[in-house]
Design a protein around this ligand. Sequence first.
Ligand code: 5GP
Length: 127
Amino acid sequence: MAVSGLPPYDDANIFARILQGEIPAKKVYEDAWAFAFHDINPQAPVHVLVIPKGKYVSFADFTASASAEEIAGFMRAVGKVAKDLGLEASGYRLLLNMGEHSGQEVPHLHVHLFGGRPLGRMLSSGS
Ligand code: 5GP
C-alpha cells in the first residue's frame, strides 16, 4: 500500500498513458507541472481534468511526497486553466476525489474543474 491507501503508482494507468501521448485527449493546457484536458464524460458544460506531471496516485500521496515547487506549480496551473477558460467571473467548482469513499477511479491525482452553469449543491445524497 502506498501512503494514500491506494496501490502504488501504476505507469499503465489511463492518465499516465494520456501524459505519455499513448492515448489521445483534448488538451486544454500544459506547463512544466501540469497537464489539463477535457473529461471524456463531461458532467457540466465545462469539465476539465488537471493532473500533475509527477507520478502521484492521490492527493494524500501528492501532499506527502511532492516538493513545494511541484505543489505550487500544480495549484497555479489549476487556477490558470480556470482563468484561461473564462470561468473566473461566473465562478467554478473544483473537485478532487481521494480513495475509496470518494469513488476515485483513476489512480493518478486529478482535479476536476466544473463550470459553465450554476452547479447546485455540493454533494449528491449518494447511496
Ligand atoms: P475520478 O472518479 O477518478 O475522480 O474521475 C475520473 C474521471 O476521468 C471521470 O470523470 C472520467 O470520465 C474521466 N476519464 C476516464 N477515462 C478517461 C479517458 O480516457 N479520457 C478522458 N479525457 N477522461 C477520462
